[in-house]
Design a protein around this ligand. Sequence first.
Ligand SMILES: *[C@@H]1O[C@H](CO)[C@@H](O)[C@H](O)[C@H]1NC(C)=O
Ligand SMILES: *[C@@H]1O[C@H](CO)[C@@H](O)[C@H](O)[C@H]1NC(C)=O
Ligand SMILES: CC(=O)N[C@H]1CO[C@H](CO)[C@@H](O)[C@@H]1O
Length: 499
Amino acid sequence: MTALRYMGWVTGFSLFTALVSIIWQAFLTLKTLNRTTVLLTGLLAIESSLKRPTYEPAPKVAIGYGACTDLQINATEFLNRFYKGRIPKVTTSARDVVKNEDELLQSFAYYFQNGAAAERVMANGTLFKQLIGYAKVMDKERIHWYMGGNAPLMAVRFFMEGAEVLLGAHMSKKLRPLLPKEIRLAGEEIPDDDIHIILEYMAGDTWGLLVAPRANRYILHSDKNNPHIRAVEQMTNALKLYQPQLLVVSGLQMMDMFSFNPGEREKRLQQVKMQLTSQPSDTRNHFEMASYVELKLLQELRHFVLPYVDSLGMNEQELSNLQQVLTHDRTTLATDSNPRIAHTLDQMRQVFINLLEDFSVESRSDPKRRKISRLHVHTLAYQAILTTADSQWKNTRAAAAKAALTAHRYVCKSQFINPESVLQVLDDSFATSMQDNAPRMRIGAASPVPCWKEYIQYGRDLQRIKVEICVAPVLVCRVARKTAGAGDNISASGLAAQL
Ligand SMILES: *[C@@H]1O[C@H](CO)[C@@H](O)[C@H](O)[C@H]1NC(C)=O
Ligand SMILES: *[C@@H]1O[C@H](CO)[C@@H](O)[C@H](O)[C@H]1NC(C)=O
Ligand SMILES: CC(=O)N[C@H]1CO[C@H](CO)[C@@H](O)[C@@H]1O
């Protein structure tokens, strides 16, 4: 009897604790939901400030170079079907170039388990065709064909933001109709476009014992056209008449050394330099970074491209890589896919300083050099934009907000943002540097996109430059639908807001 009563008491108690815990959970969920709604409302309000008055002419933008067809496949489904049981044991080394199946599987495994974005050259044409053949026998609904290439994707985004657009690219008859007809093309018609195989995975997708820590993609290409950036000359000609406010250079990561005879690549980059230096000073030049693995190519970019641009766009890995090249003349492989804001900001300052120092040393001998005035870094969790204070770049805060909203809309594949589909990644506040006593900024209802001004010192004689930095939280999509190409949309929407 007493035992029964005792049991009843225990059940009652556990029922009570269960109830409390449910209510507590609900309270926490509500609190997060509430915070998301607050941030979303704030970001949307800032975005709406960007509406261009109708009497203002549309900004003119030009973008090079190249185009391709993207073949998007579910990575784990593809590998489990065609490479079942062939998961490599040692996955500690990453490869720049992939020549056979074993190297492909090793290289993929490395990035997959780090959740890091990768773009690799397939130096084996036979294997590349074979992979496309495999993809074609998969269910039609399981594979997707898109227009690809940094330049066309950014071009469409600029067009959607109301800009007038000139694109420098050779394209086939099949690809051209996928581009809005209002976008002007400088380039020729070619019989076949290059294809890029995009292996996409979500956080938690598994291949054997490997688990992806976050959503990302692994891209393989074996391009015949894009490495030679053949549209450069036509574009340089078209630019003489077109005279854009913004010239964007992208797609140079396709210039892998296997596509060139010695010395040939430099000649092509010389053409890019000529295009950049022949722009009047009121045309702003932007370079969109990408995943670069070859140190020599990065060194060539430092010589032919970086000195002649005003602005750079990149993700967190590209930032680390660029910083390593500028300060230590070496490259890094996969880095932390979710770096702290303080760390990213310090790297941005370092890159900014390095570029300013290069400028102050060499601008006397080369009057065409440009002084960097804008850096945009996009990560999964936030957008950070640094601009020289009082420069031509306007709306830095709104540009960061716009980029953050674009990131969510793109990855969730939805224009409408539902607070319930959002994962909160950032805390309520962050340090602005890893240095001791660095000021902290709050992200909240009062300031969904914190901005501040600070001085950056550079050079031996410690010159100072005033910059503005804005950080916008990304409302991270819970269920990523598409990650390849997100960077192009994000960078272009940020740039469009600043013209
Ligand atoms: C290229 O790939 C094919 C098909 O997988 C393979 O038979 C061949 O050995 C590879 N070539 C090289 C040089 O690895
Ligand atoms: C790929 O397919 C598997 C199931 O076959 C699924 O669990 C996984 O989430 C899918 N990944 C992507 C990126 O769609
Ligand atoms: C969310 C978003 O803006 N996505 C766009 C990215 O760019 C492509 C074109 O390149 C558009 O089709 C998407 O709608």
